[in-house]
Design a binder for this molecule. Structure first.
Ligand code: ATP
Ligand code: MG
Length: 332
């Protein structure tokens, strides 16, 4: 039986947020009926920026599985596993690390942006610069057709495609070239170009109603608009971006009311908080039901780990064989 595979993952560095939902979760969970999906929690990749915060990992992993379930993950259809439970990923990373040059890695715009935000300069860890290689292994070990991710992942998907093509050319056809399925990039509540777990600018899927409201009320609107009746400019308003993503059908009308000065920012943000809270209500209800099942997360991860290892071992044996490293004559 040949199944079309989907693979994607997230780093357990904090709670899942609205950016994850529109960037990747929505697309990936919609694919579960049609394709065999694998969802990886990238705990080794978390170490590339969070090596000194390992005491938080276990809690983040548990919350992440609950966030997945709340957002539509169906454990009867799809596989969820921890990166560190699949040693074949580390082996494939080792093989791929010789297929990518250092200048190629340092040219990666997402890596550059993330390095800039970390302010590490030359003290950037080798593991951080190399994480796209390890991510290429995470993806290719499962030989997926589709990888549903946020737009910031485009350079990494392109690298995975390059690595796959190079491997196939040198050693033999093993890897189909995966395609990225890109969702929407969501800005942070502070107006920064990306909402991120590590940037303190996120609305979490598990946030309570009051917390969502407080975060929305704190968003910066048009700084040139002093009185509520002044005409405003929605193009420079952090809150308006969320209207475009989560309230598309009313966005034009909201923009008109802003430009004419007929609705003030406080009223407008109050209405946006209602929109977001309505959107998130089903997640809260589902999450509560899952939180009450004590063994659920453990069972999902244990079963997921064994399924991912089986899949991974199959690819790795094929890889070693085409590389002449199966050693059948010598050792078989
Ligand atoms: P961190 O800040 O710790 O890197 P993150 O919020 O960037 O966390 P990741 O685990 O790195 O989250 O990314 C998981 C997935 O979510 C990726 O597919 C990524 O492209 C997507 N994603 C993350 N942030 C956004 C966003 N603001 N808009 C759209 N997609 C996003
Ligand atoms: Mg990230």
């Amino acid at each position: 039986m040949s199944r079309t595979i989907v693979l994607t993952g997230d780093r357990p560095t904090g709670r899942m947020h609205l950016g994850h939902y529109v960037g990747s979760l929505k697309n990936r969970f919609e694919m579960q009926d049609e394709f065999q999906c694998f969802f990886m929690i990238a705990d080794y990749q978390a170490l590339t920026t969070h090596r000194d915060r390992t005491e938080d990992l276990e809690r983040h992993v548990r919350e992440m599985v609950l966030d997945y379930l709340a957002a539509g993950f169906d454990p009867k259809k799809s596989v969820c596993f921890l990166q560190s439970q699949v040693p074949q990923l580390a082996e494939l990373t080792m093989i791929f690390s010789n297929l990518v040059t250092l200048p190629r890695l340092l040219r990666n715009p997402t890596v550059k942006e993330e390095m800039g935000k970390m302010g590490l300069g030359n003290r950037v860890p080798y593991g951080f610069v190399g994480y796209p290689v390890s991510q290429a292994a995470d993806i290719l070990l499962f030989r997926p057709r589709y990888v549903p991710v946020g737009p910031d992942q485009r350079p990494h998907i392109e690298l995975a495609q390059e690595v796959a093509a190079r491997f196939n050319r040198i050693y033999g056809e093993v890897f189909p070239l995966p395609d990225g399925v890109y969702g929407t990039r969501l800005k942070g509540t502070d107006g920064q170009s990306k909402m991120g777990k590590s940037y303190d600018n996120a609305i979490d899927l598990s946030d309570k109603k009051a917390s969502v409201r407080a975060k929305v009320m704190n968003m910066v609107t048009d700084p040139g608009r002093v009185r509520a009746t002044d005409p405003g400019n929605p193009d420079v308003c952090s809150a308006f971006h969320y209207r475009e993503v989560f309230d598309e059908e009313n966005a034009e009308q909201v923009a008109r009311a802003c430009r004419s000065g007929s609705v003030g920012c406080t009223t407008c943000k109050g209405a946006l908080a209602d929109v977001l809270n309505d959107f998130m209500m089903p997640f809260r209800v589902r999450r509560k039901g899952f939180e009450e099942q004590p063994d659920l997360v453990r069972d999902i991860l244990n079963l997921g780990g064994s399924r991912a290892r089986i899949e991974g071992q199959r690819t790795l044996e094929h890889v070693k064989e085409v590389m002449g490293m199966g050693y059948k004559a010598l050792m078989g």
